[in-house]
Design a protein around this ligand. Structure first.
Ligand code: ZN
Length: 89
């Protein structure tokens, strides 16, 4: 569906494809997913701790990391703070 080949242009490797833009994007997404879920770090891949509010995955490269990004960690912290203060009133 997406034949691709490398070309050497000006000493740089350029990836070319005959696929439509949509198919090339789908192929890139599939290749990335295979790399993440089938690669050497597959055992460290986790769903974000804010699931189902966040549907992203991350590589758990630190024992205390539970979120896909610092932004998600901050949102989770804010929600816990909000929940604690809701329970007080
Ligand atoms: Zn997240």
């Amino acid at each position: 569906m997406a034949p691709a080949w490398p070309e050497l242009i000006g000493g740089r490797r350029i990836e070319r494809t005959a696929a439509t833009e949509v198919n090339a994007t789908l192929v890139a997404l599939a290749a990335s997913a295979i790399e993440v879920f089938g690669g050497q770090q597959r055992d460290q891949v986790r769903a974000c701790g804010r699931w189902p509010l966040c549907v992203l995955f991350f590589v758990k490269n630190h024992p205390r990391r539970d979120y896909c990004s610092p932004a998600c960690a901050n949102r989770a912290r804010a929600m816990r703070h909000h929940d604690r203060h809701q329970a007080d009133s």
